[in-house]
Write a protein that binds this ligand. Structure first.
Ligand SMILES: NC(=O)c1ccc[n+]([C@@H]2O[C@H](COP(=O)([O-])OP(=O)(O)OC[C@H]3O[C@@H](n4cnc5c(N)ncnc54)[C@H](O)[C@@H]3O)[C@@H](O)[C@H]2O)c1
Length: 282
């Protein structure tokens, strides 16, 4: 396997932006791609802002900040997306992700590793009939990607073991704590955490208590964030989609049924922090 120098991050939203920052801060050249110029502009500003905060806190000085920014190129032209590793972080839609990987496979060489940051789509299904299936895996970061240490590396049915070890090394180079698991709905964290969100939503549906109380109680028991604050940070749309995909993939068990409250909020564009209103106002 060739030495990894260049990483392409597809999608400049919440996750893509954070992953770009992580890779650039750890010395990699990063191509940040999005089909929307406005998202690239927003991502650039958000990375600059995040690095500036690190300077103010004394965690880095101005030189590494500038060097990090110089390592990132922003593009809306897919033909610039040529890299050793491509990390896909576009919207949670199987067809859109597959089309994107097919296009990327045509312009990259036969050694490029393709990884998806999907929260819930089957990594095996995304790749199993493709000629790049052996070079395909999941690399699942958590939000905010520039802060959270955990990264799940997901082994699909055809993923080559050398790819898994390369990704393990890469995650370590990013300063992350990687955990390797086999592909299954929701992987580890999103499967176990479903209940954290769904039981809390169920309590609201049953009119037993309120959002603020549940968050306060869960935080008092030691969770860093209550379920509703967490959903607002993740994005109502993303979290609701993940609930649906995991529920359907497991043959719709009653215990994992998505919440109507969440559907209504997602339909009303009350997506949380990113739209200024979710369970809370921002
Ligand atoms: N939000 C979270 O907390 C979280 C955590 C872990 C993983 N994820 C996963 O990461 C992925 C991205 O989630 P997000 O929250 O960053 O979404 P987001 O909505 O913030 O950003 C998605 C970006 O993808 C871009 N995009 C859409 N189609 C594209 C295409 N064909 N090519 C290039 N760019 C395209 C959009 O313009 C947008 O900028 C999803 O698969 C999601 O499940 C999200």
């Amino acid at each position: 396997m060739k030495k990894i120098k260049t990483i392409c991050v597809c999608g400049a939203g919440t996750m893509g932006s954070g992953i770009t920052q992580v890779a650039a801060q750890h010395g990699f050249n990063v191509i940040q791609f999005d089909i929307r110029e406005s998202m690239l502009t927003k991502s650039k500003a958000s990375i600059e802002n995040s690095l500036q905060k690190l300077v103010e806190k004394g965690k880095i000085n101005i030189t590494p900040k500038d060097e990090t920014l110089q390592r990132i190129s922003f593009t809306s032209n897919i033909h610039n997306c040529i890299a050793n590793v491509v990390i896909e972080a576009v919207i949670e839609d199987k067809q859109i992700k597959q089309n994107l990987f097919d296009e990327l496979a045509m312009i990259n060489n036969g050694e490029t590793i393709f990884v998806t940051n999907t929260s819930s789509i089957s990594v095996t299904e995304l790749s199993h009939d493709k000629n790049y299936a052996q070079r395909f895996a999941g690399l699942h970061f958590f939000n905010p990607a520039q802060v959270m240490k955990l990264v799940e590396i997901i082994r699909a049915e055809k993923t080559d073991e050398t790819v898994i070890s390369t990704l393990n090394e890469l995650a370590n180079q990013f300063g992350k704590t990687p955990v390797i698991c086999n592909d299954s709905p929701g992987f580890i964290v999103n499967r176990v955490a479903r209940h954290y969100y769904l039981e809390a939503l169920q309590l609201i549906e049953e009119n037993k208590t309120d959002v603020k109380t549940i968050d306060a109680v869960m935080e008092a028991t030691g969770f860093k964030m209550g379920p509703f604050k967490l959903i607002d940070m993740i994005g109502m749309d993303v979290n609701y989609l993940v609930s649906n995909i995991v529920w359907e993939a497991l043959n719709k068990p009653e215990r994992l049924k998505p919440s109507i409250i969440q559907k209504n909020k997602a339909d009303a564009n009350e997506l949380g922090r990113k739209t200024g209103k979710g369970f809370y106002k921002y």
